[in-house]
Design a protein around this ligand. Structure first.
Ligand SMILES: *[C@@H]1O[C@H](CO)[C@@H](O)[C@H](O)[C@H]1NC(C)=O
Ligand SMILES: *[C@@H]1O[C@H](CO)[C@@H](O)[C@H](O)[C@H]1NC(C)=O
Ligand SMILES: *[C@@H]1O[C@H](CO)[C@@H](O)[C@H](O)[C@H]1NC(C)=O
Ligand SMILES: *[C@@H]1O[C@H](CO)[C@@H](O)[C@H](O)[C@H]1NC(C)=O
Ligand SMILES: *[C@@H]1O[C@H](CO)[C@@H](O)[C@H](O)[C@H]1NC(C)=O
Ligand SMILES: *[C@@H]1O[C@H](CO)[C@@H](O)[C@H](O)[C@H]1NC(C)=O
Length: 512
């Protein structure tokens, strides 16, 4: 703390540098830049609204006129209160893996950029969104080796088109346990609760402790009874297929290290590093709801910039993860020497054709964060092979270009964030948004609203839709689920990246 004043001075200098980079980063060769400047603050505030749109349960201080209480009896058949949480997208399934990922990303954004959010009075709403999910996850974890991973069955749910407030279909429950394990679902829930425990550490120590206890139990469960939940429940491959569970265990481990500064949690990172067959690290896996390898390795390499707990910045394990992270960036940046990422025709990083936008937005967050680590730690550049290197400004420029593209700086002049910009999708694939507030159609009657050729009567503010395909094409039609369905975690990813852009100060060196 004795370094506070010199730290503040460095912070000030960096802020000035960042302002310059920020202004410079907003200009690129694109001729449309000047007629389409992005207002990150406004976009951030709009994106935050989607968590209000997606809330299940008994709403508190609801601000969305067309939303009301729903799913009040979820969990009741097993004596649990699973009424809270958030719907995943345009339907009414509550699936723990993507929902917990939403909370983890919001927590991460708060831990790195919480003071930016505070400046624009969005820190409390962000914490509220996390708590709405972590309250649910705690209730979904009634004993150490049992975690409820889904409420609702897509086969039933997708046969209806109803508002959440009036849905009347069965809401079956699915849980993992010792015989039907799911290290991916348990690992992500653990990561969410561990990261949230840091967020709430000072403001609500009792709640924070509770979160940490559940996070630790879930971590042990995930490590002891290994398997993917989509192996235990093969039908879930059709809705939320998980490509594996080691990334979630890595993610949970590094979050628990940050939450406790207990080195024991790094043993799994060591194990994975030593496993010649694991390709998740330094590989080409883009961060998204299913794969967190790149996020986990970045959180570990953070320790090479800022000494945290008992780990020294020079420890080999830390340096190895720093190296994986550098390689990852040396693969995804354009004109990178190991370039193996793909750009769509619209210029966005390409992952796959279901919900394409999650990839550019998530990677932009990682890229911006790394550039802020570099600036805060006075790291001049990242070296790739063949004398190719990147500065923090190079990183920032690419990330901003991706974000600006998503917000409307693209050939279609379309903002893919609903409620933001002059032109945004009108036919969002979202049951609640598509049915007028004063109509209460039954399960089958509701399909008239899916088929209707009129724009949605309600604006799903803050929804980030799936977005354009690899050819840059986008057809704004409600039945076009791959492009028009928003997901709750998409908005969390966008909130994270915009929280980095709404102000120009730097990241905190340690979380706790
Ligand atoms: C709801 O609003 C009331 C009145 O503004 C406030 O006291 C209360 O803290 C709010 N509750 C939540 C959960 O935000
Ligand atoms: C850094 O930590 C301090 C003290 O915990 C907190 O007040 C501040 O908001 C944090 N800054 C960021 C960027 O989160
Ligand atoms: C796990 O759950 C299944 C039901 O989904 C049940 O049949 C099985 O007995 C449970 N295993 C344990 C160890 O409780
Ligand atoms: C689900 O993912 C697994 C692992 O990546 C894969 O083997 C399987 O084919 C996928 N299932 C479906 C239905 O896509
Ligand atoms: C670290 O965590 C391990 C495993 O949970 C535990 O056994 C050990 O006591 C912890 N160490 C400290 C210093 O808290
Ligand atoms: C909606 O459109 C689909 C496909 O065009 C059709 O099969 C279905 O019958 C229509 N439903 C209603 C209620 O109009």
């Amino acid at each position: 703390m004795g370094q506070l004043s010199s730290g503040a001075l460095i912070g000030l200098i960096l802020s000035v540098i960042l302002v310059i980079i920020f202004i410079w980063g907003n200009q690129d060769d694109d001729e449309h830049v000047n007629d389409n400047p992005q207002n990150y603050l406004e976009a951030f505030q709009v994106a935050m609204e989607f968590f209000q749109v997606q809330k299940a349960g008994k709403l508190v201080n609801n601000t969305i006129s067309w939303r009301g209480d729903s799913a009040l009896k979820d969990g009741g058949q097993d004596g649990l209160d699973l009424s809270k949480g958030m719907y995943d997208g345009g339907d009414h399934i509550k699936s723990s893996l993507p929902m917990a990922f939403t909370a983890t990303m919001l927590s991460w954004a708060i831990l790195e950029y919480g003071d930016h959010m505070s400046l624009v009075k969005q820190l409390e709403p962000a914490r509220d969104a996390i708590k709405w999910i972590t309250d649910y996850l705690i209730n979904a974890h009634p004993s150490p080796n049992v975690l409820y991973i889904q409420v609702g069955n897509p086969e039933v749910d997708h046969n209806c088109w109803e508002k959440p407030e009036t849905m009347d279909e069965n809401r079956p429950l699915f849980y993992i346990n010792e015989t039907n394990p799911g290290s991916d679902a348990a690992g992500e829930a653990s990561a969410a609760l561990a990261s949230a425990s840091i967020v709430f550490k000072k403001i609500d120590p009792k709640y924070s402790k509770k979160l940490l206890t559940h996070a630790q139990q879930l971590h042990t469960f995930a490590m002891t009874y290994t398997g993917s939940y989509t192996t235990s429940f093969p039908k879930m491959q059709n809705s939320f297929n998980s490509s594996g569970f080691r990334d979630e265990i890595l993610w949970s481990s590094i979050w628990l290290y940050h939450a406790t500064h207990n080195k024991t949690y790094l043993s799994y990172l060591q194990k994975v590093r030593d496993d010649q067959n694991y390709e998740g690290l330094a590989g080409m896996s883009l961060l998204g709801w299913d794969d967190k390898s790149s996020g986990a390795q970045l959180l570990m390499s953070r320790l090479s910039f800022f000494e945290t707990g008992p780990m020294k910045t020079s420890e080999q394990l830390v340096l190895d993860y720093k190296c994986y992270t550098d390689i990852y960036f040396c693969k995804i940046l354009p004109d990178a020497p190991f370039h193996s990422s793909e750009l769509s025709k619209s210029g966005l990083l390409w992952g796959d054709d279901t919900n394409p936008l999650q990839y550019p937005v998530a990677q932009a967050f990682l890229i911006l964060l790394y550039s802020d680590y570099m600036l805060t730690s006075n790291t001049e550049k990242i070296n790739c092979k063949y004398e190719h290197s990147y500065t923090a400004a190079d990183f920032r420029k690419f990330a901003i270009q991706q974000v600006n593209n998503v917000l409307g700086q693209n050939a279609k002049r379309m903002s893919y964030l609903v409620g933001y910009g002059k032109k945004y999708p009108q036919f969002v694939h979202h049951r609640g948004a598509s049915i007028p507030a004063d109509e209460n159609p039954s399960c089958k009657e509701g399909f008239d609203w899916l088929n209707s050729t009129k724009p949605n009567p309600n604006i799903a503010s803050g929804a980030l839709v799936g977005g354009p395909n690899i050819d840059g094409e986008f057809s704004d039609e409600r039945r076009n689920r791959k492009q028009l369905e928003p997901t709750t975690y998409n908005s969390a990813l966008l909130v994270a990246v915009l929280s980095a852009l709404i102000s120009t100060s730097t990241v905190n060196q340690t979380f706790i």
